[in-house]
Design a protein around this ligand. Structure first.
Ligand SMILES: [Zn+2]
Ligand SMILES: [Zn+2]
Length: 247
């Protein structure tokens, strides 16, 4: 490429960056000056360490302390409609701050960092990735998507699909009811709140496939369960799930 043109392109990219992205880290206020540093600096991102304690082999709920992964009381009583779920870490500290910046301050560029975190924490868990045919994001209701400007799960899923070379399947699992946010509800009301909320369209395109569901936060698991029930009903062979954090 012509060096003059390259220089021009570089300065316009730099200019666009100054307009669209903050110049300092939104968490620690250090200057962002390394290539590909956007919104949050490298050292803040590095301080998010994958969760190390034991967890439920099925629902992925973290246990306090160490020991081998085993089934929790709930999963011993009955299995959920998905095979298993895993999160990168707990919804607190820097990880929570980044998710909040991402979701509520429209810094959608952080979706790539969160996908990188999934790859870093769970990329080697073979049973999550083995023979996965499709990555499907947990959908937002169209009205909610318009309000937020983007679907946070979709952006992460898209980045993850590129990282892993697995097909991203969108607009098959859809949200048909705009229900109150799960965060505003008591535990017992969350499952009721999402009942019958999701539907699968063009089901023949995902029938018989192994699917990886992706969402940002796992709280009671009601959303992942309901999505999985809809996918299962549509003939999906197996559902596994990944979330960035669990509350
Ligand atoms: Zn920082
Ligand atoms: Zn469990």
């Amino acid at each position: 490429m012509n060096p003059l043109l390259r220089e021009k392109l570089y300065s316009s990219a730099k200019f666009a960056e100054l307009i669209f992205f903050p110049s300092s880290c939104q968490l620690c206020y250090a200057l962002l000056d390394f290539p590909r540093e956007r919104v949050v600096c490298r050292s803040c991102l590095k301080r998010i360490t994958p969760h190390r304690s034991s967890y439920c082999l099925c629902c992925g709920r973290f246990f306090v302390g160490h020991g081998d992964p085993h089934l929790c009381q709930h999963c011993l009583k009955g299995s959920p409609p998905f095979s298993f779920h895993r999160s990168c870490g707990q919804y607190r500290g820097k990880l929570k701050d980044i998710i909040l910046l991402y979701k509520y301050h429209s810094f959608r560029v952080l979706g790539q960092d969160l996908a990188n975190l999934i790859q870093r924490s769970l990329g080697r868990e073979e049973r999550l990735w083995w023979e996965v045919d499709a990555i499907i994001p947990v959908p937002l209701h169209p009205k909610k998507k318009r309000q937020r400007g983007f679907n946070q799960a979709q952006v992460i899923a898209k980045c993850l699909s590129r990282l892993r070379g697995v097909e991203l399947v969108e607009r098959r699992l859809i949200k048909i009811r705009n229900v109150p946010p799960q965060t505003s509800l008591e535990l017992k009301d969350r499952q009721k709140n999402v009942l019958g909320t999701f539907r699968v369209v063009k089901r023949e395109t995902i029938k018989g496939k192994v699917v990886l569901l992706v969402d940002d936060v796992y709280t009671t698991g009601a959303t992942i369960r309901e999505c999985s029930a809809a996918l299962r009903e549509a003939g999906v062979k197996e559902i596994r799930a990944i979330t960035v954090a669990q509350a």
